[in-house]
Design a protein around this ligand. Structure first.
Ligand SMILES: *[C@@H]1O[C@H](CO)[C@@H](O)[C@H](O)[C@H]1NC(C)=O
Length: 940
């Protein structure tokens, strides 16, 4: 949203771009340096097969670090949908490491599935899970994962595993003994009952036996200073890291959020990609620097397989990436599999986190659809948003007062530009005290909200997680008195600087604190609000202006006693989780909430939409929106968007107009701007541009039924809404790194214009034997080739796939909530065989009724000159008034003589039509039938 430059003023900031020096580089971070400096080679970690214990779906076995005799416990699980889980932690630790409780990141305890043990042979323990295998190499420890006996992922193949065991500053081994936290207590069967190998004696260490120091003590192990801030590091060095190889894969994707290409780059000559939730002012493009939120999920894709790894760890992380294709060298020790074949591409990744354990889910696809289903089975789906939230949002820092709000609302109507939500930024509050209003500017917020509501519109206000430390501020004093605030390292309430000045933060890590926060959204607590007000959480990384890297110091203490170091990347997610719960409670669990967040973590999709933070009004930032959103969509964050127009700076008319066009086909569509920018509501554009921006926004509204369908599919299958082309065309190698065009679902191909002065654009059309139709003219383009498409300012290049049916609603309305009962237009684009198919999903567009069966789902199919709608599901008592106004069929070679509708009751009716022989488009007029019923349209 904005940053401290404003607050600190010109004294401290020049505000000329990212302040790199505010953020650590790898070489300024002790654990990053120690982990990154690991040399590939033989790992000192060795499996102790005699200790193997197995159950029907899991295994545990001890691992010894032969350098220092520290013992670890390796646990493996077989999970449903073909997922392996591998955990590695100290067998006996001085301190219980943080493991994220189920329900925060994982949506539920993953369902286990039968893991078959095939015994030990040649120093390898083999387990199978359906078609997939996990092979544990004993000495040194290495885990290989195979699909149909082909290796696709390998852990510790380079031998970079480094688990910094717990220790005390005085000499850690002296305190080993009864107080240790032991993992060796779970009831497991003896593996030898299952035909395991010979039990070898004498390998186990006795407790307290002397151990060797693994590494020299380094100065930054017990204390670290950055920019004058000292991190007390009471637990010393506690990082974990290992390498993950993807043999056979040239490309890996994911680990958002970075302002970089979709296909991740080699980090040979840069810092690793950093995963640490931070408020980065005027962020740089094409950089591995950390941004606001992070998801430690990576996918690899090639012509044969798509696989993924989810490294569940909430501490600061870094990921190095090397590729034998990009880097011209092979590191991994996969000789057993790919002997002597240097032509096989391979990507080697190296992950390290400052704290926590190693907890990795290996998702073995084998196709794109499979990994999305697998990842969603772990971290949950994006729940179907209310329809209005998929429409256009008008935001700015700030709409100054209720007159300003009314004026924007009225002027949008005057210019016939639809919008659904107007947003208020921090200035609407009384002195940045969230849950309050500045009474001099919003003297009658209830009436303001009612006025918006009367037009079918809503408001979103900002509620940040920092609380102004002021006695009279109820929310703060309540939190303080109840002991809900995050502590500093000495145990007092942490006091940091944010918008209101001196602030404190509720400890969202705790369930009872989240419940307390949720209660604040009740209409009698958040005074002056109504049920058409929704919420936006910003600064939840959290942003702390006067702290190291503009966030909590790492030794800040949560109520559990844990340091922020252990949980940092999860904190922001729990803020928006609690906000979501608040809105849910407010409606007595009837209405779907809407929350937008800047900080996020794995699982954030379950409760919030995400935007890409404080971008800039520059062409390069417009271009970057697509790769950033593709990464977010890959990692489960389907409802995502970028500030239209760019947050900082003043975009010129052309850029702003092009940005509106791009936003039409991105999931979350909101214009936003910095307080210092010129006003830029779309009606302020000069006429020639305004008309184009208006057409773009209106186009978004006509496609709302399609967006809704996409989000229904997202919720039910885990498939991204915004898809990289390889997700639908997995064998077309030339699209693997493509991130300047993308697909919405499997039906619409989008290539936004992101360069100044462009009047035409080269578009690659995927798909052998596929034909694509321009969505405006129905001009066709054959698949598997590139074509130059005219793209003057008025043109948003987008194409519908032949073979698809896309639902639209063509009546112009000022807000989406006025469209619930509007009639449909179906756009049927025929493939080369004259066929097409699609689905329609209907519910009430705002409540949770659909979870109780209050919805209908129909299947549309066009074949043999016949369009058929068949009802797949219709909940008892569910009805909709929506009807079919028009059917457009593109790719019809000869005009039909007659067209008949067969109604649900079997009666027939002749339908009027027009036919354009030039474009081969048939328009069938007014079938008038209810869309959620069975009906057939016959072409004769
Ligand atoms: C609500 O709308 C009425 C009618 O347009 C207007 O007179 C009034 O000022 C509005 N109230 C607010 C708070 O904007």
């Amino acid at each position: 949203m904005k940053h401290l430059c404003l607050m600190l003023g010109v004294l401290l900031c020049t505000c000329l771009g990212v302040h790199r020096e505010n953020f650590r580089t790898c070489s300024q971070s002790g654990f990053c340096k120690r982990q990154r400096n690991m040399e590939p080679g033989t790992s000192s970690y060795v499996v102790q097969p005699s200790t193997l214990r197995i159950s029907s779906s899991s295994l545990m076995v001890e691992v010894l670090n032969t350098k220092n005799n520290i013992r670890f416990l390796l646990q493996g699980y077989g999970l449903q949908h073909g997922i392996f889980r591998v955990k590695l932690a100290e067998a006996e630790a001085l301190r219980e490491r943080y493991e994220i409780p189920v329900g925060l990141t994982l949506v539920a305890e993953p369902v286990q599935e039968e893991l078959k043990y095939h015994g030990e042979k040649d120093g390898k323990l083999t387990f199978s899970l359906g078609q997939n295998k996990m092979v544990i190499n004993v000495n040194p420890l290495r885990l290989d994962f195979l699909i149909n006996d082909e290796p696709v992922t390998s852990l510790n193949a380079q031998g970079l595993l480094k688990f910094e065991h717990s220790r005390t500053k005085e000499g850690w081994f002296s305190s080993l003994g009864s107080s240790v936290f032991s993992l060796l207590s779970q009831p497991f069967r003896e593996a030898k009952d299952e035909g395991a190998g010979e039990e070898s004696e004498g390998e186990q260490k006795e407790e307290g036996e002397e151990v060797k120091a693994e590494e020299e003590e380094e100065p930054d192990m017990w204390e670290e200073t950055f920019k004058g801030f000292t991190d007390s590091k009471p637990n010393g060095p506690v990082s974990v890291g290992l390498d993950i190889a993807f043999p056979g894969f040239r490309y890996v994707y994911g680990i958002p959020e970075h302002a970089d290409t979709f296909a991740l780059k080699t980090t040979k000559n840069t810092d690793p990609y950093r995963l640490y939730n931070l408020d980065v002012f005027e962020y740089e493009l094409n950089s591995p620097m950390a941004l606001y939120g992070h998801i430690p999920f990576m996918a690899a894709h090639n012509e044969k397989n798509t696989v993924g790894v989810f490294f569940q760890n909430a501490a600061e992380g870094w990921v190095d990436i090397h590729s034998n294709v990009a880097d011209k060298s092979v590191f991994s020790n996969l000789a057993d599999f790919v002997t002597g074949n240097n032509e096989v591409p391979q990507t080697d990744t190296h992950w390290f986190f400052e704290d926590g354990i190693i907890d990795i889910f290996v998702l073995l696809g084998p196709g794109p659809r499979d990994i999305f289903k697998q990842y969603a089975s772990l971290t949950g789906n994006t729940p179907l948003p209310p329809l209005w939230s998929l429409a256009y949002h008008q935001c700015r820092w700030n709409y100054n007062d209720q007159d300003d709000v009314r004026n924007v609302d009225q002027t949008m109507d005057k210019f016939d530009i639809p919008f659904d939500v107007i947003w208020l930024d921090i200035e609407h509050t009384d002195s940045k005290k969230y849950f309050t209003w500045d009474g001099s500017r919003f003297s009658n917020s209830i009436e303001m909200l009612r006025n918006l509501s009367s037009k079918g519109r809503r408001m979103v206000t900002i509620v940040d997680p920092h609380l102004k430390r002021e006695d009279g501020y109820r929310v703060y004093s309540d939190a303080r008195d109840k002991g809900l605030l995050v502590k500093n390292k000495d145990g007092n309430d942490f006091d940091g600087w944010c918008w209101p000045g001196s602030s404190s933060w509720p400890d969202f890590m705790e369930k009872h604190v989240r419940d307390w926060w949720a209660d604040q959204f009740a209409l009698d607590k958040y005074v002056g609000t109504a049920d058409n007000l929704f919420v936006w959480n910003d600064m939840n990384e959290p942003s702390v202006f006067n702290a190291p890297e503009i966030t909590f110091p790492k030794d800040v203490k949560h109520l559990s006693g844990r340091e922020n170091r252990e949980v940092h990347n999860l904190f922001g997610k729990l803020v928006h989780d609690a906000t979501f719960d608040g809105l849910l409670k407010r409606s007595n669990y009837q209405e779907r909430p809407f929350v937008l967040t800047r900080a996020f973590f794995a699982g954030s999709q379950r409760t919030s939409a995400v935007w890409t933070g404080d971008n800039m009004g520059e062409w390069s930032h417009l271009k970057m929106t697509v790769p950033m959103m593709l990464s977010l969509n890959l990692a489960g964050i389907h409802f995502s968007g970028a500030d239209v127009g760019g947050f900082f700076k003043n975009p010129d008319n052309e850029l702003l107009t092009r940005w509106y066009q791009a936003g039409v086909f991105q999931p979350f569509f909101r214009a936003h701007a910095h307080i210092d920018t010129k006003r830029r509501e779309p009606y302020l554009l000069p006429e020639a541009y305004m008309v184009v921006a208006r057409e773009a926004i209106k186009k978004r509204y006509t496609y709302l039924p399609f967006w809704y369908q996409l989000f229904h599919e997202s919720e039910t299958t885990g498939m991204p809404v915004m898809r990289a082309i390889w997700m639908e065309y997995p064998k077309e190698t030339n699209v693997f790194a493509m991130d300047d065009e993308y697909l919405l679902g499997d039906a619409i191909l989008v290539k936004p214009v992101v360069d100044q002065g462009q009047t035409d654009i080269a578009v690659y059309f995927p798909g052998e034997n596929t034909v694509w139709y321009d969505i405006d003219t129905y001009k066709t383009y054959p698949g598997r080739q590139e074509a130059n498409v005219e793209a003057p300012l008025s043109k948003l290049p987008a194409f519908q796939r032949g073979g698809s049916i896309v639902p639209r609603k063509m009546r112009g309305r000022r807000a989406a909530s006025l469209m619930y009962n509007d009639p449909f237009t179906l756009i049927v684009c025929l493939d080369k065989q004259g066929k097409a198919g699609g689905q329609l999903y209907f519910d009430d567009y705002h409540s949770y009724g659909y979870r109780n069966g209050q919805y209908a789902l129909t299947e549309l199919s066009f074949h043999n000159f016949k369009l058929e709608n068949s009802v797949k599901f219709k909940g008892e008592g569910f009805t909709t008034k929506e009807w079919l106004e028009r059917v457009v069929v593109a790719g019809v070679n000869t005009e039909p003589k007659k067209i008949h509708l067969v109604k649900p009751d079997g009666t027939k009716m002749e339908l009027g039509h027009t036919y354009d022989a030039q474009s081969k488009v048939l328009t069938i007029r007014k079938p008038g039938v209810n869309v959620a019923e069975k009906w057939i349209i016959n072409l004769h």
